[in-house]
Design a protein around this ligand. Structure first.
Ligand code: BTN
Length: 280
């Protein structure tokens, strides 16, 4: 699992050679070890850091996942990245940026050789069906925002990618459900700079696309990329479990599920809801 830590200067050179002025990745802040890149990016955002700053760490001591879970963040084993954005959008659009980040992460992972990666609503990156590692998680996204009544003050998009782990490197509870770029591509542990550059450039590209074409374009791209948003039998867990059939997304990215039983009832599941949706 051990690999050389990311060289921030080499990353800056790669980004400077991208051939365009970046929004995401304008400034890179690197930490060999930190509690959480999301916490750091949120603190920076609160103190007025401009849009586009990216915080990266070699290791997180308190990596955070969705639903108050921890994100396994051992040193030399993953990409831990958080980007600050300040989109001019309504508070209701916050979840859309999580979907946008999932599209960006999928694009980056494909560039890095993980062709089989698939998006599970809202923003888990899993190995797609038909692969020997199908259903295992390769990357996750935690979006955190500060809003005011009619706008988004700032938004932190945190992305964690399992890069160099073998099964033995994951804690026992993750061994059967997680995988890494290394396992998926069959190559050695990837160098950290190309992984970080691919994710930053993809985030930059998708954010520009949103600025140019708006919410509907991101939503349409997401619907084309994430399988199972309609007609999939699912089991919803997190309180008393129930089953139903997916019935598409709302305009702000929530998932509609037609709940089993009469009379017909459509539930709307929001990205931040503390629930788990599994294939039934
Ligand atoms: C998930 O639960 O799937 C979301 C995981 C998000 C993890 C990333 S790692 C970089 C950033 N910093 C954190 O503390 N969390 C996110």
């Amino acid at each position: 699992m051990t690999r050389e830590p990311l060289d921030p200067e080499a990353l800056r050179r790669t980004l400077a050679g991208a051939g365009r002025d970046l929004i995401v990745g304008r400034r890179i802040e690197w930490h060999a070890r930190i509690d959480s890149t999301n916490l750091r990016a949120r603190a920076l955002a609160a103190s007025g850091e401009p849009e586009g700053t990216v915080v990266l760490a070699g290791e997180q001591t308190a990596g955070r996942g969705r639903g108050n879970r921890a994100w396994h963040s051992a040193g030399g084993a993953g990409l831990y990245l958080s980007a600050i954005l300040r989109p001019q959008a309504a508070p209701a659009a916050v979840p859309l940026f999580g979907l946008m980040a999932a599209l960006a992460a999928q694009e980056a992972l494909r560039i890095l050789g993980a062709d089989a990666v698939s998006i599970k609503w809202p923003n888990d990156l899993l190995v797609g069906s038909g692969h020997t590692l199908a259903g295992r998680k390769l990357a996750g996204i935690l979006t955190e925002a500060r809003t005011f009544s009619d706008g988004i003050r700032d938004l932190v998009i945190g992305i964690g990618v399992n890069t160099g782990q073998t099964a033995a490197d994951f804690p026992p509870e993750l061994r059967a459900i997680a995988t890494s770029l290394r396992e998926l591509t069959g190559a050695g542990p990837p160098a950290p700079e190309p992984v970080a550059a691919a994710v930053i450039l993809a985030l930059d590209r998708w954010y520009r696309l949103w600025r140019r074409d708006g919410d509907a374009a991101v939503l349409a791209a997401y619907e084309a990329s994430a399988p199972g948003l309609t007609g999939r039998r699912v089991r919803v867990e997190g309180g008393p479990a129930w089953t139903g059939t997916t019935a598409g997304l709302t305009a702000d990215g929530a998932l509609r599920i037609r709940r089993d039983g009469a009379p017909e009832r459509i539930e709307t599941i929001r990205c931040g809801d503390m629930i788990r949706i599994e294939e039934a």
